[in-house]
Design a protein around this ligand. Structure first.
Ligand code: ADP
Ligand code: MG
Length: 242
């Protein structure tokens, strides 16, 4: 049985159709890669699933429960965590405090929350940075902090929006290894990712969006041969060396 089900999800902003009749499933334990050119509607779809936008049409279900109409905190409490393409740590708080804020939503006792938060920092490789202000982190470190904050909400499904975006090449393998260890932890993942090498290494299945619609879906080795996808996206992405 699917963990996450999308059926005919549509979302428009005025005249812009960001998502049109999107349907696919995510099964427990899978890593699904969500790809497509800028403006394809990937981040909007994350916002719809996680309660930031209400879809104009369609159904979103998680573990058999309907999510449409729920607030982001309610969706999160049901077990869906996410990261944001535009990182938003509390810059004046320390790294540890940033994670504690997320932990304390379900474990309000500070000492226990601190301990749990430190566990997430260790997992993402930031244990040595706990007392540093978040504004002092490198981009790669801020991506790791964002992951720790998402983990701190104890999700079953984690949705990652461009975790390797904007970081330098030598930082990418460490982030990819970390995402692989999230799966070993038992998490189900949906990852938005432009780096095709990363997608090919991680994803069990790919869903490709273009102009708000699903244009290809399947195992990575098949999807990368899809003619529409190559025309819409991959030709350019490969040419850019992404
Ligand atoms: P992607 O993440 O695939 O790059 P987005 O989901 O961010 O794409 O955007 C899909 C389309 O919706 C784009 O045309 C974008 O300009 C538009 N869009 C996204 N968010 C908004 C918004 N809050 N208001 C108006 N238009 C939006
Ligand atoms: Mg986006």
């Amino acid at each position: 049985m699917a963990l996450l089900t999308l059926e005919g999800v549509s979302k428009r902003f005025g005249g812009v159709v960001a998502n049109h009749a999107i349907s696919f499933e995510v099964r427990p334990g899978e890593i699904v890669g969500l790809i497509g050119p800028n403006g394809a509607g990937k981040s909007t779809l994350f916002d719809v699933v996680t309660g930031y936008y209400r879809p104009d049409a369609g159904r979103v279900a998680f573990g058999g429960r309907d999510l449409v109409g729920l607030r982001p905190d309610q969706v999160n409490r049901l077990g869906i965590g996410r990261t944001f393409q535009k990182l938003r740590p509390f810059r004046e708080m320390t790294v540890l405090e940033n994670v504690m804020v997320a932990v304390m939503q379900h474990a309000p006792q500070p000492a226990a929350a601190g301990e749990e938060a430190l566990g997430y920092l260790e997992f993402v490789g930031l244990a040595g940075k706990g007392s540093v202000h978040a504004r002092g982190l490198s981009t790669g470190e801020r991506k790791r902090l964002e992951l720790a904050r998402a983990l701190a909400t104890r999700p079953r499904l984690l949705m990652l929006d461009e975790v390797t975006g904007g970081v330098d090449q030598k930082t990418i393998p460490g982030l990819v290894a970390l995402i692989g260890r999230l799966r070993e932890r038992g998490l189900t993942l949906v990852v938005i990712e432009h780096n095709m090498r990363v997608i090919m290494a991680l994803a069990d299945r790919i869903v490709a969006l273009h102009l708000g619609e699903v244009i290809a879906e399947g195992p990575p080795a098949e999807v990368v041969r899809d003619r529409r996808l190559i025309e819409a996206y991959l030709g350019g992405a490969y040419a850019r060396g992404a």
